[in-house]
Design a protein around this ligand. Structure first.
Ligand code: C2O
Ligand code: CU
Length: 477
């Protein structure tokens, strides 16, 4: 078992700053007192952050806040959220609210929903949050580099009647590609990453830092909100000796259930809310392993039970269900059918694709590293013609076929969809999601009501694949 968080020989103690998650509330925006003052400010900026353990050098990252770790915004379901983005980077940026079903103008996609926010400029995001759940936000300009350098945060939309837990923790899962001196490796255009599995890192973090054991007490009930913000890495967490229950996926409640293969699987972009009941003995220690990569199991973290009295006299009772959000139910019997074919990448038989408005043979695509296509089109910008048009307020079933060797977590903006089947197998309870993971040569069937008008991105959340052309637009009109 390789438990090395390569390439560094570090102590495997990864830390947890989730409990002290940085709240942005109360930061004063820098503009005239007359203007309505938003509660939250995201200042995209350069920052030196302690990603590696304390005795290692700091890492120059890009951040939304003046201090590390990853910012966490908390808001109540139905509340109005106003967030002022200040761009102090030297390149344009935006904020996309991943998984939120909000109006198109607030979606943060350059050239579709807004002009990119130039250096020194600001943009006010202002919308109501429709669904309770675990969401996140990140730029949608030069995403591979901007997210890869650290621009992301968690958005927690609290239920009006949250389940009773002893602690509610946000765990932002990430990996970073660092050099020996702790800097972020600047190879964001590596052809190998674009054409294969994406830009995986060599240092895994929890809330933007090396993780430290989670101290728990016997009979404690913890809600863990897991968010995979990595550019390409999958996470599959296994909680040794603990029977965790998934209660929500991609922010949307699911009937509580144990994860398949005892592994909470998260592709880039995906979230899972899990109930961790601490049923171990005082003084005991249990591993949290990342078992998703065969032959490369990683010790992700540890649960360490404190000595002494249990937190409660008896173990927590039945796992609570969350109240479902109000989503429009697709009418499968009267739905329009659509198909999306994913092609390209290394070792593919793709002969060519439409690129910059014209069919080009693969040799020409390779020169620009635009080697992934959705329905035969390799994207070079988000300002593109719709790949599909969905009649507004109608039900739609989309069959997605992955004709490539690689897994792709496919993400749709502005909507949640039900996952009907994966590889032809019906998915129990057809969970709502905004990102569905297709295996190499896999298929998925999803269904939704197209109730949010506008042009919406549909893309892979492996960000190097986006660089490689794997973006498309679906129009709801
Ligand atoms: Cu999380 Cu279009 O992205
Ligand atoms: Cu992909």
């Amino acid at each position: 078992m390789n438990t090395q968080n390569t390439p560094f020989s570090l102590s495997r103690r990864q830390m947890l700053m989730g409990a002290s998650a940085f709240a942005l509330s109360g930061m004063a925006p820098r503009f005239g007192a007359a203007a309505a003052i938003p509660k939250h400010v995201l200042k995209a900026q350069k920052l030196d952050a302690q990603i590696l353990p304390p005795d290692w050098p700091k890492t120059p990252i890009w951040s939304y806040a003046d201090t590390h770790p990853v910012p966490v915004l908390r808001v109540k379901q139905g509340e109005r959220l106003q967030v002022l983005l200040q761009n102090e980077l030297d390149q344009p940026t935006t904020v996309h609210w991943h998984g939120l079903r909000i109006p198109n103008a607030m979606d943060g996609v350059p050239d579709i929903s807004q002009a990119p926010v130039q250096p020194g400029e600001t943009f006010l995001y202002d919308f109501k949050v429709p669904d309770a759940g675990t969401f996140w936000f990140h730029p949608h300009v030069n995403s591979s580099e901007q997210i890869g350098r650290g621009l992301h945060g968690a958005l927690i939309v609290e239920e009006h009647n949250p389940p009773k837990v002893d602690r509610d923790l946000v765990w932002v899962l990430d990996d970073w590609r660092l050099t020996q001196d702790g800097a972020i490796s600047d190879d964001f255009n590596r052809g190998m990453d674009i054409s294969h599995g994406g830009r995986t890192g060599n240092f895994v973090t929890l809330n933007g830092r090396a993780s430290e054991p989670l101290k728990v007490r016997k009979n404690e009930r913890i809600r863990l909100r897991l968010i995979n913000v990595a550019n390409a890495r999958l996470f599959g967490l296994n909680f040794e000796n603990h029977d965790v229950h998934i209660i929500a996926l991609d922010g949307q409640p699911v009937p509580p259930h144990s994860p398949k293969y005892d592994m909470v699987l998260l592709a880039p972009g995906q979230r899972a809310d899990v109930i961790l009941d601490c049923t171990g003995d005082a003084g005991s220690t249990h591993k949290i392993l990342d078992i998703v990569y065969e032959n490369d199991t990683l010790l992700f973290n540890e649960l360490v039970y404190e000595e002494g009295e249990p937190l409660h006299a008896s173990p927590p009772g039945p796992v609570p269900s969350l109240t479902p959000n109000r989503l429009p139910e697709p009418d499968l019997g009267n739905a329009e059918n659509h198909e999306i074919i994913i092609s390209g990448g290394a070792m593919s038989r793709m002969q060519g694709a439409v690129y910059k408005g014209e069919y080009r043979p693969i040799g020409e695509l390779v020169k620009d590293m635009r080697i992934w296509a959705l329905n035969g089109v390799a994207a070079h910008t988000t300002a593109m013609l719709p790949m599909l048009t969905f009649a507004e307020n109608k039900s739609h079933i989309v069959t997605i076929k992955n004709e490539t060797m690689f897994p792709h977590p496919m993400h749709l903006h502005g909507h949640s969809f039900r996952i009907l089947s994966i590889d032809g197998e019906p998915v129990p309870n057809t969970p709502w999601a905004d990102t569905v993971l297709l295996g190499g040569h896999g298929t998925a069937e999803i269904a939704l009501v197209a109730d949010n008008p506008g042009d919406w991105l549909f893309h892979c959340h492996i960000l190097a694949h986006v660089q490689g052309g794997m973006t498309s637009v679906i129009r709801v009109a």
